[in-house]
Design a protein. Structure first.
Length: 271
């Protein structure tokens, strides 16, 4: 889709992965370069919402999202995450009420962002009204995946974060810099007790695009990883199903709210 001729969307949703963006859009995108999806905004049918695939990590969200926020009203971050709380199964919806970050130099966890209280209440009411199971609580954002059960348990005991991701802090910072209300919804992909095989991470590139051919060599060298790959793919599909379910519930009300916020602004952009 051509993002140049589009008017700025009021509701901006930031994702890391192509699969997340396509799940929210409900269709494949057609903006490709050498068979790789280009990070950037993709618009829903009515143009009121832009889904921006930013790539993996905090810095990718900051770099890709920042130029596309003019005249927007609400910023959200929706995607999959790793479970930290021991009772969370793949597909569990997490509504973040705090986002914690780990400092690269001192390994100190600190609260860096609190999503909009108005949006939290709004989303919680929607989920309850539509009988969507969810957990409300803190998220942890780290520069690298937490891949072992022991490390997941240690992070949970230290922070009480329900799940971990690599982008929510970047999305929160983008919203803070733009002075816009922010929310974050994550869906658990891998449970806390599962070890992630880092050799399989090559199947997704830094832009968040699937690169299945890169898995051939690791699987030839370690064919037993096929079992892990199957389990990861199964649970990823469950997480995307959970994303689609919650998005179908919250999208239209959020877009309407974003439009109302925009309409309430004076011509000079102030509330």
């Amino acid at each position: 889709m051509n993002d140049i001729i589009r008017a700025p969307a009021r509701l901006i949703i930031l994702t890391a992965l192509a699969a997340e963006a396509e799940t929210l859009l409900g269709h494949k995108r057609n903006n490709k370069q050498q068979n790789i999806f280009i990070p950037g905004p993709y618009f829903t049918k009515n143009n009121e919402t832009a889904i921006i695939q930013c790539g993996i990590g905090r810095d990718a969200l900051l770099r890709v999202a920042s130029p596309h926020l003019k005249n927007s009203s609400i910023i959200g971050n929706i995607g999959v995450s790793g479970g930290l709380a021991p009772d969370l199964k793949p597909g569990t919806v997490i509504l973040a009420d705090r986002i914690l970050s780990n400092d690269n130099h001192h390994a100190v966890y600190q609260e860096v962002y609190t999503p909009s209280a108005q949006l939290l209440a709004f989303l919680e009411a929607l989920l309850k009204k539509n009988n969507v199971p969810y957990r409300r609580g803190p998220l942890l954002c780290t520069p690298q995946p937490i891949s072992t059960p022991d490390n997941k348990e240690a992070a949970y005991l230290k922070t009480e974060a329900l799940a971990v991701d690599m982008e929510s802090v970047g999305a929160a910072e983008v919203a803070r810099q733009a002075g816009l209300p922010f929310f974050c919804i994550r869906v658990v992909c891998d449970p806390a007790e599962r070890r992630l095989q880092q050799a399989l991470f090559v199947g997704v590139d830094s832009r968040g695009n699937n690169r299945p051919m890169r898995l051939i060599n690791p699987l030839i060298r370690r064919p037993w990883l096929l079992i892990d790959l199957f389990i990861m793919a199964r649970d990823f599909s469950r997480a995307l199903t959970g994303m689609r379910q919650v998005w179908n519930v919250v999208h239209k009300p959020l877009a309407d709210l974003a439009g109302s916020i925009s309409a309430a602004r004076t011509p000079d952009g102030n509330q």
